[in-house]
Write a protein that binds this ligand. Structure first.
Ligand code: BTN
Length: 135
């Protein structure tokens, strides 16, 4: 009897944990404090998402040019996504990877940008971005 009770409690607890795991909506648009916008266009059953990133951050390259692909995943509220800064018209010889958490309409992330400087040397920059759902 006690075992059955514990089993039912465990099943209910695990069930509600799975049910409460947030998935990322598609389509949805997210804007960060630098004015950049990420539009998520598709999410597959494994929570891998794809979309487009427009960089509007001052003090960076490849600004205001639409069409940079973003790809990432959300597992148990933890996000990772990346942009290779190369599209049909621009190549900034760089890549950014973000990681963080999705909590409601907010993504709190840290990022690393890896780029080639004028001499072709590999450099890195790091920082934080907070994205709010805009649409
Ligand atoms: C580059 O400068 O080489 C490409 C653009 C990088 C933009 C970075 S990615 C992290 C930070 N957050 C943004 O929204 N833009 C900058």
């Amino acid at each position: 009897m006690l075992r059955a009770f514990i089993a039912i409690c465990l099943a209910l607890t695990l069930g509600s944990a799975v049910a409460s795991a947030q998935s990322i909506p598609a389509p949805s648009t997210w804007k960060n404090q630098r004015g950049s916008e990420m539009t998520i266009k598709s999410v597959d059953p494994a929570n891998v998402f794809t979309g487009e990133f427009v960089n509007n951050a001052p003090d960076f390259e490849c600004r205001g040019t639409p069409g940079f692909d973003v790809k990432g995943s959300l597992i148990n509220g933890r996000l990772v996504f990346a942009v290779v800064w190369k599209n049909a018209t621009r190549n900034c010889n760089s890549i950014t990877a973000w990681r963080g958490r999705l909590q409601g309409n907010t993504m709190n992330t840290t990022w690393i940008l890896v780029y080639a400087d004028r001499n072709g040397r590999v450099q890195t920059r790091t920082g934080r971005d907070t994205f709010q759902r805009a649409d």
